[in-house]
Design a protein around this ligand. Sequence first.
Ligand code: 5GP
Length: 192
Amino acid sequence: MESLKQAILERGKALSDQVLKVDAFLNHQIDPQLMIQVGQEFADRFKNDQITKILTIESSGIAPSFTTAVELDIPLVFARKKKSLTMSDNVFVSQVYSFTKKESNTITVSKNFIEEGDCVLIIDDFLANGQAALGLIDIVKQAQASVAGVGIVIEKSFQPGRKQIEELGYRVESLARIKSLDTGQISFIEEN
Ligand code: 5GP
């Protein structure tokens, strides 16, 4: 997606050869027009998949998931990293090791919102080692729902997340695929 790649080049920063900072448009300040385009692109890629729900993880997955949910006209559910006071014990639980925070989080989703028979599109802001996506897939499986695929805004293709998810048989659609962040230079895998 060209406008996303342009935003990454112009407004992103390689903090190291492993970590990309995009807090100017995705992780802190949010660019609403860009997020609308992201939503349109995901919706277009998954328009024939009879998706009934989007599942993401708080907080940075919410903006791109929300615009996709508007386009597909379906509900969005976000997994919580901390259990809310109003949440009962009626929850699905999974463990996710955070790439950026280097800590394990217990994520929860109410059993009221993902149900047997749902066809779920999982969306997240980044794909690194695949832990967040695998935790969300685990929750969909616990609900006896199906996974339509995984939509990623920025994939770091030099890390093993895509391979792990594809090996389990799931489709991965990434809007920007980063080949390398070496020496502070951001380069992409070029796709047609
Ligand atoms: P994974 O679970 O695939 O290892 O990592 C994905 C999660 O870690 C994303 O939800 C994202 O919040 C965070 N993350 C991973 N790599 C980066 C990165 O380079 N930059 C930012 N801003 N977040 C990242």
